[in-house]
Design a protein around this ligand. Structure first.
Ligand code: FES
Length: 349
């Protein structure tokens, strides 16, 4: 076998071929995490990095749709080469930027009942056959770590909620990802002078061929929409979606009530208007909107439970932000500002 412990060169047997189907299978090779999946029934195996570059959601929770790996969070789709081919928020005419592509491993091969993965170009072009003598590859020495090294089983460290805590005196390890020094309990991220922010997305369009007003020619097929988000960090978020052609407005109001370090109760209020002069939405329409809001919230909660980090503040170097994300990014910045302000107030007390 030509695997090399501690490096990412060489071929790594990562899964039995029979284990890989249309559900992404998490595997590891050379210290990196990947998912394996067949994008077509009985098709060849494709390998992708384990997380979506958008918000770092594990792609092991993704699905295969039309022969593409689809991220469960915002629906970005990747072809077998890792190219991002669809970003739903950009609309049907939007072109995904090249930065949205996944960096796939150098090669993945199915041989002798196993899936072999080579994270980087390797001197041996194919996986070894069973019984082959071990082929040693030149291996560069691993780089020396720059600072102190702590194993994750270091006994004095305790985990509480999503943070590690040293019982001596260092306080929580904040893990600030904004580029500040990240000293325990301190965050140098810029703080906000206000805790309420309003962002309005410019009007965008969506097709509504089933709208009765479209059939009568009263409204165009492509309806204009405007979305406004009002954040009152950290406990309130209001989203207002206006359909500019029909005058219909949907408002969703989230209220968060922290209960302890690990749980927060979420209250949601939904306000519906069919537009000026129009009758109130029928109970059936209200029920459909409530079910939709609940489903979106459930999906988001289930996915955020998979996330390794807290997601605050936005990880500028790791996550890929698009123009279509500006409301979400603004919300996370507001939350970061709030937590930074709260930390500052605690330190000053
Ligand atoms: S599409 Fe993957 S996290 Fe947004």
């Amino acid at each position: 076998m030509t695997t090399c412990v501690g490096t990412s060169t060489g071929w790594f047997p990562v899964a039995r071929a029979a284990e890989v189907g249309s559900r992404p299978l998490p595997v590891g090779a050379g210290g990196r995490a990947y998912v394996l999946v067949r994008l077509r029934p009985d098709g060849e195996v494709s390998a992708f990095p384990a997380t979506c570059p958008h918000r770092l959601v594990p792609l092991s929770a993704g699905t295969v749709v039309d022969g593409r790996l689809t991220c469960p969070y915002h629906g970005w789709q990747y072809d077998g080469e890792g190219r991002c081919v669809t970003i739903p928020a950009l609309g049907p005419d939007g072109t995904p930027p090249p930065r949205a592509d996944l960096t796939v491993p150098w090669a993945v091969e199915e041989r002798h009942g196993w899936v072999w993965l080579a994270p980087e170009r390797t001197a041996v072009p194919t996986p070894p056959r069973p019984g082959d003598a071990t082929v040693a590859e030149p291996v560069p020495a691993p780089p020396q770590p720059a600072g102190p090294v702590l194993g994750n089983l270091h006994p004095p460290w305790r985990r509480r909620g999503t943070r590690w805590r040293c019982p001596a005196s260092c306080g929580p390890v904040a893990g600030c990802r904004s580029g500040c020094s990240g000293a325990p309990g301190r965050c140098a991220a810029p703080t906000a002078s206000r805790s309420t922010r309003r962002r309005t997305a410019s009007a965008s369009g969506s097709d509504a061929p089933t709208d009765p007003g479209v059939a009568t020619g009263e409204r165009p097929v492509r309806l204009r929409r405007r979305v406004t988000a009002v954040h009152r960090a950290p406990f309130q978020l209001l989203l207002r979606r206006e359909h500019l052609d029909s005058g219909a407005v949907t408002t969703v109001h989230f209220l968060l009530q922290p209960e302890d370090a690990d749980s927060t109760r979420v209250y949601t209020r939904l306000l519906l208007s069919a537009g000026p002069g129009r009758p109130l939405p029928a109970p059936r329409d209200v029920g459909r909107e409530v079910a939709l809001a609940q489903r979106v919230l459930d999906e988001d909660l289930a996915l955020t439970a998979h996330l390794a980090g807290q997601g605050l503040p936005p990880a500028g170097r790791d996550e890929l932000h698009l123009r279509a994300d500006r409301l979400g990014v603004a919300l996370r910045r507001a939350l970061c500002d709030f937590t930074g302000t709260a930390r500052g107030a605690r330190a000053a007390a």
